[in-house]
Ligand binder design. Structure first.
Ligand code: F0G
Length: 461
């Protein structure tokens, strides 16, 4: 008999989690203004709000922390991190930052000016925030197929070469660089193919523009290239990663994802001009160049995490768990962005809460109902997260309205996945009775979904 699949690790330390009652949760979500970001973590049973900084470090990462060098300048931890990044990505200049958005802040402070246009594939909200707050435009050039959640194609995160070419043909002078997010988080954790990265490079070269990879989940992207793209099946993840980054001029990295640390990030590039430009912003915003917002020990854990998570077994364990949850949802007929993403399942709220008008934020309503059902915390990646148009101040209802169930790395078992699926099924089975969503009572001007205060438009039970 063929042996079943099992995790490529065993568990050495555990953290108790606690169930709650529906009555408790009704009270807690009310106190949180129906915004799950404002819940206390202890009010959550299974936490799928993000896969960012929530992974379980390995024994080797914890061991590396003991070797951290906390020198202010020139710490050996920095050089271990830098050498690892250079070995894995090929980039020789490295600026550590405290997380991904800090890398964006530092690099974009140098690169983005008012009136610029930055084309890319579904810029993440902090990326968009750092562009729009500088009065520039984040131009989404994702392929149209990404919007059809039921369409099953292998590289749904791709950049549309036609849209990118059009942007450059019309506005080359205003475009300082192109940014490609691997994997494409907002489109559903969907990968970008090597072929597409090559196409972007060719267009960029034609117009003499540099390319940045937003690399938060680059290793998961490499896994998908290995398992889905012809010609890559026999290459190692590290070989694929090297090839990917050879097509970029630089990267911003949230190490809280694919480097499996709780906090950390960096900028890496081969362009000395970018390094020199970013340097001057790193020091006031983040810290001196050899720590940039991180402890020495955290840089060591990051270096080991990068190495571990660019190995096939670790990635296979991770992505198979996401696929496992997807299979459960398939059994129950629950629609989500297909195929399953690398780090999360993105449930298609629009297709489930069909009675809730988009002005009442169906995905947020579904997020609240799932929390009430079983204390499971997902996250809206939809109309709330999309913010208002910076010019018209109208809500942006033109994208997808999804409930993201992000799976932390090496944290939950497939039994937890079964609970998530069953809870979602219970909400799904009574979807017809959910007729109203939520209304906004207070919102911030930018990145409102973190702090927005909401009220339900029908009583919740
Ligand atoms: N880029 C992508 C693609 C991301 O998904 C994130 C964070 C960032 C940049 C910013 O990195 O959080 O370290 O500052 N995504 C998290 C998420 C928050 O839940 O998807 P950060």
């Amino acid at each position: 008999m063929e042996l079943p699949f099992a995790e490529s690790w065993k568990i050495k330390m555990v953290e108790p989690i606690r169930k709650s009652t529906r009555e408790e949760r009704l009270q807690w979500i009310k106190e949180a203004h129906y915004n799950v970001f404002q819940l206390k973590a202890e009010q959550v049973y299974i936490d799928c709000i993000t896969d960012s900084g929530t992974g379980a470090m390995s024994d080797r990462q914890w061991a590396a922390m003991m070797m951290g060098d906390e020198s202010y300048a020139g710490a050996s931890s920095f050089f271990r991190l830098k050498d690892t990044i250079t070995r894995i990505t090929g980039f020789k200049y490295v600026i550590p930052t405290h997380q991904g958005r800090a890398a964006e802040n530092v690099l974009f402070s140098y690169l983005v000016k008012a009136g610029d246009i930055i084309p890319g594939n579904s810029h993440f909200d902090t990326t968009k925030g750092h562009i729009e707050s500088r009065k520039a435009i984040a131009l989404d050039c994702t392929i149209d197929e990404a919007k059809d959640t039921q369409l099953e194609i292998p590289f749904k995160g791709n950049v549309s070469p036609e849209k990118l070419e059009k942007a450059l043909a019309e506005n080359a002078a205003k475009i300082p660089f192109i940014i490609v997010t691997i994997t494409n988080n907002t489109a559903g954790g969907q990968p970008v193919s090597m072929e597409n990265l090559r196409q972007v490079r060719a267009i960029a070269d034609k117009y003499k523009k540099p390319v940045i990879f937003d690399s938060a989940r680059f290793a998961e992207n490499a896994y998908f290239i290995k398992t889905r793209e012809k010609g890559y099946e026999n290459k190692t993840i590290k070989e694929i990663v090297k090839e990917m980054f050879s097509l970029a001029d630089g990267m911003t990295m949230s190490a809280k994802k694919d480097a499996i640390v709780n906090m950390g990030g960096f900028i890496a590039t081969n362009k000395q001009e970018w390094y020199d430009g970013a340097k001057t912003f790193c020091i006031p915003f983040e810290g001196y160049l050899t720590y940039g917002g991180m402890n020495g020990r955290d840089m060591d854990a990051l270096a080991v995490g990068l190495d571990e998570n660019t190995e096939f077994d670790n990635l296979e364990t991770r992505i198979k768990q996401v696929e496992y949850l997807a299979k459960r949802l398939d059994e129950y007929g629950i629609p989500y962005q297909r195929p399953a993403g690398g780090h999360a399942i993105f449930v298609d709220a629009d297709k489930i809460l069909t009675n809730v008008p988009k002005e009442e934020f169906p995905a947020q309503a579904l997020t609240v109902h799932l929390y009430l059902e079983a204390g499971i915390r997902g996250c809206e990646i939809g109309y709330l997260l999309a913010d208002r148009d910076p010019v018209t101040r109208e809500n942006r209802f033109n994208g997808l309205d999804l409930l993201r169930l992000a799976i932390p790395r090496r944290v939950y078992t497939n039994n937890h996945m079964d609970v998530i699926a069953a809870a979602l099924k219970n909400v799904y089975d009574r979807r017809e009775s959910i007729r109203r969503g939520v209304k906004i009572v207070w919102e911030a001007e930018l990145m409102r979904h973190f702090t927005v205060q909401l009220e339900p438009l029908e009583p919740l039970k």
